[in-house]
Design a protein around this ligand. Structure first.
Ligand code: IMP
Length: 422
């Protein structure tokens, strides 16, 4: 059965580990959105590998990895990542890696614009500065340049030259400097020559795999609360990590998604700016950050940390129609005496269980907490659900009753084996 795996929080839920655990059984793994702002950490033969653009199935032999048309691609980074993955033992050729001809490109100007916009904006978003927002803006603005355009130097130059003039005006108006096309055209077309063998019309190949009954895993990037439409706007990314983005980013119909597994940490983290009602500050927050190694996989920034917000989680589940939850980093809570979750908000003097993603709401709400006694036991070596401490099982069962979705997988460490399937 086909499967979609999607982050239900603000990204960094442990999708890399979940996908790597689940991907062994899939014929095809496809990324449908985001770009190299994503950082999916997997462990291959005991070594840590962080993937940004490549689908997390690349180490499973026989799996076809597809970068769909919804992904914004920085070709230089992609070439680097392919070479890095090969050095780690992945064998990538045209038969098992496909790159959509229709994926929009990230150009050097997009990265500069991301920084210039961020420095001149009246609200700082705290972007990854990878050019993601400006590249998606160009797609919507109907001036994007695609992987297809990169495969021929003359076409590429003809398309980017007028764009470059437009970008330079924008950059200079916002306090930045100009970029010359000539400074990157050779490097980009060299990357294009390298990527040519992987470039395909993935809309057709994916639909063919679907028709042939091959199993497909949809690998989400970021998370529901970072969605441009449903997330905590404006502190969001510029794509749809949610279910709609899965269709527009692959060309597969909604019926192609058999089951949807949502990923949630046992607590919450967020990178960058924006509201975070259950945020923990002080020594408790610092303890959680250190214990959970909560530092960005892409930027190295310390992540903000807090308790699990069940109102937000229920909202994420509602929008996507999640069937099961892969619950990650449960072991990070091992040493806490008390563990809390948000079960409602207080807003304008009233209690509500509805999540409104606007800052006007989230900046005003007070969390209503439910507390649990901690389990104070190391759980990483436990293999069976029944062997988990009673307080840990109580925590899990309370959550699944509250959100009306089963916590099917409990992850208690970075390794594939450290996963309890219920
Ligand atoms: P952008 O995607 O670089 O434009 O950044 C917009 C917001 O999304 C920032 O708050 C980033 O920290 C956040 N963000 C983007 N990608 C990820 C991710 O993969 N994990 C966590 N946060 C992310």
């Amino acid at each position: 059965m086909n499967l979609a795996v999607m982050g239900l929080q603000w990204g960094d839920e442990g999708k890399g580990k979940a996908i790597d655990y689940l991907a062994r059984d899939f014929d095809v793994v496809v990324r449908y959105g985001g770009g190299h702002n994503a950082g999916h950490t997997i462990y291959h033969e005991g070594k840590k590998v962080v993937l940004h653009l490549l689908p997390s199935g690349i180490f499973s032999s026989g799996t076809i990895s597809v970068i769909g048309n919804g992904v914004v691609v920085n070709p230089i980074e992609l070439v680097k990542e392919i070479n890095g993955a090969q050095a780690h033992g992945a064998s990538l050729g045209e038969e098992n890696l496909e790159l959509s001809l229709l994926a929009p490109l990230i150009l050097p100007e997009h990265e500069c614009l991301d920084i210039v916009f961020e420095n001149s904006r009246y609200i700082k978003i705290g972007t990854t500065r990878r050019g993601i927002g400006p590249a998606y803006e160009d797609l919507v603005g109907r001036r994007a340049v695609f992987v297809r355009d990169l495969l021929d130097k003359d076409t590429f130059y003809r398309k980017v030259k007028p764009l470059n003039e437009y970008y330079n005006k924008l950059m200079m108006a916002n306090g930045g400097g100009a970029v010359a096309v000539e400074s990157y055209i050779d490097e980009y077309t060299k990357a294009g020559a390298f990527l040519k063998k992987f470039a395909k019309n993935t809309i057709y190949s994916l639909n063919r795999y679907y028709r042939e009954g091959r199993s497909i895993l949809f690998e989400g990037a970021q998370g529901v609360l970072l969605d441009i439409n449903f997330g905590t706007y404006p502190f969001v990314t510029s794509s749809n990590p949610t279910i709609g983005g899965l269709c527009t980013g692959t060309g597969l119909p909604p019926g192609a998604v058999g089951k949807l597994i949502g990923i949630s940490k046992a607590y919450t983290t967020r990178v960058g700016e924006g509201p975070f009602p259950s945020e923990l500050s002080g020594s408790e927050g610092e303890f959680l950050r250190v214990k959970g190694s909560e530092y960005g996989a892409t930027t190295g920034r310390p992540r903000r940390v807090g308790w699990l917000d069940l109102v937000a989680l229920k909202y994420a589940i509602m929008i996507n129609g999640v069937d099961e939850i892969f619950f990650t980093k449960m072991d990070v809570l091992d040493e806490f005496t008390e563990i809390k979750v948000v079960t409602a908000y207080e807003y304008a003097g009233k209690k509500t269980d509805e999540f409104d993603p606007s800052i006007e709401f989230l900046d005003q709400v007070k969390p209503v907490w439910t507390s649990f006694p901690g389990w104070k036991t190391a759980i990483s070596e436990i293999k069976e659900y029944k062997d988990l401490p009673a307080n840990a099982r109580h925590y899990i069962e309370f959550i699944e009753n509250f959100i009306s979705a089963p916590l099917r997988y409990i992850s208690s460490g970075v390794l594939r084996e450290q996963t309890i399937k219920r």
